[in-house]
Design a protein around this ligand. Structure first.
Ligand code: HEC
Length: 274
C-alpha cells in the first residue's frame, strides 16, 4: 500500500477513534442514547473497518479497499451456511492471510488487508452483524456490480462459483469432445512443466503460454448445446485467473494463482467426460 494512503488511514482511524471516545465520556444524554442505539457489531465496524472499507466514497476509483457489501457478497457466494460464513470471516478478521483470500481481484488491486490486532470475540460480533444486516452501499456500487459481474449473482474474480453453475444432474457428467479433453491435458502439462518461476516475468510468460493453449482449445472446440454452455461456464473463471496471472506483481501471488489454475484444471474430469 502506498505511503499516502497509510497516512490517510491512520488519520482517519484517529479521527474515528477520538469521535467514539468523546461520545462515551460525554455527559450529554442525547449523544449517549444515539450511541447506545447502534448495535455493538456496527459500532465495532465503524470504528475498526470504515477507515478502509468506507461506504461513503464517490467512485470506484477512489477506494482503498472493497466496500463491505462486496465482501459480504463474496462470502455469501462461497459459504452456504451462516455458521461457515461467520467462522470464515471471523478467522479472516483476526488473521488476514493472502493465501486464504477469497477476493483475489481485490488483493491484486489493493494488496492484502493488514492484520489489525482484533480479538476473536469482537471479530465474531462484526462478522455476525455483517451476515445478519443490510449494509450501506456506496452510491456507485449497483452500477459497478452490474457492469463488472453481471448483477448480484456474478462470480467475482477467479472464484469457484462455476462448480455450482455446472453442478452435475444425477451425477451425470457433461459430455466433452476429444479435442477439448486434449487441450485441458496440454494446459495441465504447461502448468506442471513450469519450473524455476523466480520472477514475476516468468509468471507473465507462463500466462501467455496458457493463453495460447486456451485459444487453441476455443478454436478446436466442437461442443454444442448444454455441454458447450457448461464448458463456457467452466472456462470463464479459468481465463480470468489466467488474466490475473499475466498481471501479477509478486512471485508469491503468481504461485498462488498458478496453484488455483492447476486445481481448476484437475477438476475438469470431475465434471466432463468424453
Ligand atoms: C487498513 C485498511 C483496512 C482495514 C482497517 C480493514 N480492511 Fe478489510 N480489507 C482491506 C483490503 C485492502 C481488502 C482487499 C484485499 C484482501 O482481500 O485482502 C480487505 C478485504 C477484507 C475482506 C475479504 C477478505 C478476502 O477473503 O479476500 C474481509 C472479510 C474484510 N476485509 C473485513 C474487514 C473487517 C470486518 C474490518 C474491520 C475489523 C476490516 N476489514 C478492516 C483493507 C482493510
Amino acid at each position: 500500500m502506498k505511503n499516502g494512503s497509510i497516512a490517510l488511514m491512520i488519520s482517519l482511524l484517529v479521527l474515528v477513534f477520538s469521535a467514539c471516545a468523546d461520545n462515551t465520556t460525554t455527559t450529554n444524554k442525547s449523544d449517549k442514547v444515539a450511541h447506545d442505539v447502534e448495535p455493538e457489531g456496527l459500532q465495532l465496524i465503524k470504528k475498526n473497518c470504515y477507515a478502509c472499507h468506507n461506504p461513503n466514497t464517490n467512485s470506484h476509483d477512489d477506494i482503498i479497499a472493497p466496500p463491505l457489501i462486496a465482501v459480504k457478497n463474496h462470502y455469501s457466494r462461497a459459504y452456504s451456511s451462516k455458521d461457515e460464513f461467520v467462522r470464515e470471516m471471523t478467522n479472516w478478521i483476526v488473521h488476514p492471510e493472502e493465501e486464504m483470500a477469497l477476493m483475489m481481484g481485490a488483493v491484486n488491486r489493493f494488496n492484502v488487508m493488514p492484520s489489525l490486532g482484533i480479538s476473536k470475540e469482537d471479530a465474531k460480533k462484526m462478522a455476525t452483524y455483517i451476515f445478519e444486516n443490510e449494509l450501506e452501499k456506496p452510491k456507485w456500487f449497483a452500477a459497478h456490480e452490474k457492469e463488472m459481474h453481471g448483477g448480484k449473482n456474478g462470480q467475482g474474480m477467479g472464484g469457484n462459483m462455476w462448480k455450482k453453475k455446472i453442478a452435475l444432474v444425477d451425477g451425470k457428467k457433461w459430455h466433452s469432445d476429444k479435442a477439448t479433453f486434449e487441450h485441458i491435458q496440454a494446459l495441465k502439462r504447461i502448468g506442471s512443466n513450469a519450473n524455476s518461476l523466480e520472477q514475476t516475468g516468468d509468471f507473465h510468460q507462463l500466462a501467455a503460454q496458457f493463453s495460447k493453449e486456451l485459444d487453441n482449445l476455443l478454436n478446436d472446440c466442437t461442443m454444442e448445446g448444454p455441454d458447450h454452455n457448461a464448458l463456457h461456464k467452466y472456462l470463464m473463471p479459468l481465463m480470468k485467473k489466467n488474466k490475473m496471472l499475466g498481471q501479477v506483481k509478486s512471485v508469491q501471488r503468481g504461485a498462488h494463482i498458478l496453484q488455483k489454475i492447476q486445481s481448476q484444471l484437475e477438476e475438469y474430469q470431475n465434471f466432463f467426460q468424453e
